[in-house]
Design a protein around this ligand. Structure first.
Ligand SMILES: Nc1nc2c(c(=O)[nH]1)N[C@H]1C(S)=C(S)[C@@H](COP(=O)(O)OP(=O)(O)OC[C@H]3O[C@@H](n4cnc5c(=O)[nH]c(N)nc54)[C@H](O)[C@@H]3O)O[C@H]1N2
Ligand SMILES: Nc1nc2c(c(=O)[nH]1)N[C@H]1C(S)=C(S)[C@@H](COP(=O)(O)OP(=O)(O)OC[C@H]3O[C@@H](n4cnc5c(=O)[nH]c(N)nc54)[C@H](O)[C@@H]3O)O[C@H]1N2
Ligand code: SF4
Ligand SMILES: [Mo]
Length: 706
């Protein structure tokens, strides 16, 4: 047996350390490894992650439409033929529509090297402004709010180990017990002390671990946070010295919360009893150290940015950010959700978390890329807006997708399918034939995590090494090779396929930016437990803790942001009397493209389901396990009823991990947050219907096989 290779799980942002032990017959076995984020623990997805490496379902050859005809099946093709089809389609679109006729959609699962190269490929090889990525659907609201308040967005501005020093923790809209199970170890102290507060419309395993569970109506966290601030002011819990010394803008926020957010009014808006609200504030304020953490439940709303701002305002009023053992943080989701948003695959950004509309940033990055600053396009459309424009007269007619399965994971999925089908050319690079790849004209097979070298940046801002443990199957190419080859065929050079060279270029491109990687080398990352950015030079130790002395704003002070509660984008009415909220289960990852192909995980959670309260089930005469239809304003989805008292009686919950008729995103609302452009994944209006015996339980996947 070969030596174990130290690496990290391919899935979520916790980036648990693991060993991969290559097996003689091919594939590998996962073994435990002690790492600061997981301390030897892994969840079910991590333990089974090697299964996909040798899965018969993985792609090992490029696929193209027979005769170039969308109505005919996808058939194997040589790399040369497939890439030529891509290049010909790109040239045609550029001739008709100019550079913005071609669009790129990336993902937060890509390594730093791939994310960086994809952004550069879009701006330099294609010259398009039309590039964005799935992180827009993930933590973009928290990123926007973090930048507003602190001048920089790093999900957690402190290492996870600091959680042990927090006497109390407020966890808003996170079901970490299912979404990052080994993370729960870091909350052991608060659980023991009875100082963990969880805000979630469902009594999730995470909420059940809390001393206090606030169970608001979906989409009302903004009012809840302002109500908590009101209590902090009225009960004299504001840290006046900290506010005076380290912040600006308090007076306006203070006036605003005093004026409108007394607990009894907040109770009417949120459904959270006023005494519970008061208790939560006193629990936090009574602790010497405390942390406020948000995740998707608070953020995936058309007011997600303002909601996070309200929780940041609360944290600032209590004097938490920038103090040891205290702070505000966002629990970033995807494996490289943090690095993926720093290196230029976002519509408005350049590497190093630089702004695309900043002339100095453009000049710096253009010099590294060897192009004229004026040749760099400006900011493009955000993820949903980009998908929504595809194939329209003003929008792109070619789309290249890397590491996202938008047919399952984007809001208003039916609309997204229509837009994809209106394209002249859809190119999907993936490991498996995802629902999105099934609709493509050209599918390119790429290497998996265990077959590539590179770096990932986890939820703490810690840069880690992903190591190659195995050779990819013959015929499969790394994404860097694919991008380099495509660039060369388009007449753009300087695209290395060597991840180390790409990382060294990324270091130069990021130098001097907010997310400065200049001093981070692969050797340094390998020597310890990773390096935290910013790290401006090789003698710099990296920055595990931000904001200890100053915030990253021009005056060094954190900014209070005045925000107001507003209703959800789509409220209930007589026809759609329930709220739908969506999220995750432990055993599946995201669109499920990977985990539904891991036999053990597929067997444990084989199909879509709908959680509903026993009172609602009684009213609608729905039995546990029967097929139900959730009907909304954009479509309907089906799933098995799971009757459980853990969900609010006015709310139903669906995970979004399945394709076909079980897709939660057939229902979700693409209403966007005005700042972050985040869609309202977490609340829309629906009704529930019994499907009846005559409708088959399994409706085939839309567009399957094409
Ligand atoms: N098993 C598993 N783990 C994952 C992933 C996965 O797909 N599967 N994905 C990874 C990624 S990319 C991400 S982003 C993270 C997400 O991690 P989480 O944010 O923990 O995941 P979600 O289940 O989307 O949402 C969390 C909770 O928000 C609650 N919620 C819904 N509406 C509201 C609301 O209006 N207010 C509040 N306060 N809460 C609400 C839901 O009931 C849910 O329990 O997980 C990562 N880890
Ligand atoms: N209703 C609802 N919808 C949601 C959410 C929600 O809570 N509710 N959450 C949103 C969130 S937070 C997120 S992050 C998105 C995620 O949703 P998606 O963007 O669809 O994410 P994944 O399912 O991880 O898709 C990754 C795809 O890329 C492939 N892949 C993996 N690694 C690589 C690689 O290195 N290169 C390439 N080319 N392909 C690769 C996988 O096989 C898979 O097909 O979903 C969003 N959608
Ligand atoms: S918690 Fe996340 S990183 Fe850790 S094993 Fe599970 S999926 Fe992998
Ligand atoms: Mo995410």
């Amino acid at each position: 047996m070969s030596a174990p290779v130290p690496t990290h799980c391919p899935y979520c942002a916790l980036q648990c350390g693991m060993h991969l032990v290559p097996l003689p017959g091919g594939g590998a076995e996962v073994a435990a490894r002690d790492f600061p984020t997981n301390r030897g623990g892994l969840c079910r997805k991590g333990w089974t992650s090697a299964a996909l490496l040798t899965s018969p379902e993985r792609l090992t050859t490029p696929l193209v439409r027979e005769g170039g005809d969308r109505r005919r099946p996808l058939v194997p093709a040589s790399w040369d033929e497939a890439l030529e089809r891509v290049v010909a389609g790109i040239r045609r679109a550029q001739a008709h529509k100019g550079p913005d006729g071609v669009a790129v959609f990336g993902g937060g699962g890509l390594t730093n090297e791939k994310a960086y190269q994809l952004g550069k490929f879009a701006r330099v090889a294609l010259g398009t402004s039309q590039v964005d990525y799935n992180g827009r659907f993930c933590m973009s609201s928290a990123a926007a709010a973090g930048t507003r308040a602190f001048g920089v967005d790093r999900g957690l501005p402190f290492p996870l180990e600091d959680l042990a020093a927090a006497e109390a923790v407020l966890l808003v809209g996170s079901n970490a017990a299912d979404t990052m199970p080994p993370f729960l170890q870091h909350l052991a102290a608060q659980r023991e002390r009875g100082t963990l507060v969880v805000v979630d419309p469902r009594a999730t395993p995470t909420a059940q671990a809390a001393a206090l569970h606030l169970q608001p109506v979906p989409g009302t966290d903004l009012a809840l946070a302002l109500g908590m601030l009101h209590v902090a002011v009225v009960d004299g819990l504001v840290d006046a010295a900290y506010v005076a010394e380290r912040t600006t803008g308090w007076d306006e926020v203070r006036r605003l919360v005093l004026g409108g957010y007394w607990p009894e009014r907040v109770e009417r808006l949120t459904g959270v009893p006023a005494p519970d609200l008061r208790r939560a504030v006193h629990l936090l304020a009574g602790a010497r150290t405390a942390m406020v953490l948000t995740a998707r439940g608070a953020e995936q709303h058309s007011k997600g940015t303002d909601t996070v701002s309200a929780f940041v305002d609360l944290a600032l009023a209590l004097g938490l950010p920038g103090r040891p053992g205290s702070g505000y943080g966002c629990l970033t989701g995807q494996g490289n959700g943090q690095g993926g948003r720093e290196h230029g695959q976002k519509a408005d950004q350049l590497p190093g978390y630089r702004r695309l509309d900043d002339p100095a940033a453009r000049a710096h990055v253009a010099a590294v890329w060897g192009v004229e600053p004026a040749s760099l396009p400006g900011p493009g459309r955000s993820a949903y807006e980009l998908l929504d424009a595809l194939g329209t007269p003003e929008g792109p007619s070619v789309l290249l997708v890397h590491a996202s399965n938008v047919v399952v994971s984007a809001p208003d999925a039916r609309r997204v399918e229509q837009r994809l089908d209106a394209l002249d050319l859809l190119v999907v690079t993936d490991l498996v034939l995802s629902e999105t790849a099934r609709r493509a004209d050209v599918v390119l097979p790429t290497t998996q995590w265990a077959e590539e070298d590179g770096t990932m940046t986890n939820l703490e801002g810690r840069v880690l090494r992903r190591r190659r443990a195995l050779d990819p199957p013959p015929g499969v190419r790394s994404e860097l090779e694919v991008l380099a080859e495509l660039a060369a065929r388009l007449g753009a050079h300087r695209f290395s396929a060597d991840p180390r060279r790409v990382f060294d270029e990324l270091r130069r491109a990021s130098a001097g930016g907010p997310a400065d990687y200049a001093g981070i080398t692969w050797e340094r990352v390998e020597a310890g437990d990773g390096v935290f950015w910013p790290c401006p030079d090789e003698d710099h130790p990296g920055t595990p803790r931000l904001f200890l002395d100053r915030f990253a704003t021009p005056d060094g002070r954190a900014r209070f942001v005045p925000v107001h509660h507003r209703p959800v984008a789509e409220d209930r009415d007589a026809e759609h009397p329930l709220y739908l909220t969506t999220g995750r289960v432990l055993g599946h990852y995201q669109s499920g493209a990977q985990t539904r192909r891991v036999p053990e995980l597929a067997a444990a959670d084989p199909e879509a389901f709908v959680e509903l309260h026993p009172d609602l089930a009684l009213r609608l005469d729905v039995q546990e396990g029967e097929e139900v239809r959730v009907v909304g304003r954009r479509g309907a989805a089906v799933g098995r009823a799971r009757v459980t008292p853990t969900v609010r009686p006015d709310t139903v919950f669906m995970p979004f991990h399945w394709g076909g008729a079980g897709r939660a995103n057939l229902l979700t609302n693409p209403a966007l947050d005005p700042v972050s452009r985040m869609p309202e994944f977490k609340v829309c209006a629906v009704r529930l219907e019994r499907v009846g015996a005559h409708v088959p339980a399994h409706v085939p996947v839309q567009g399957a096989g094409a």
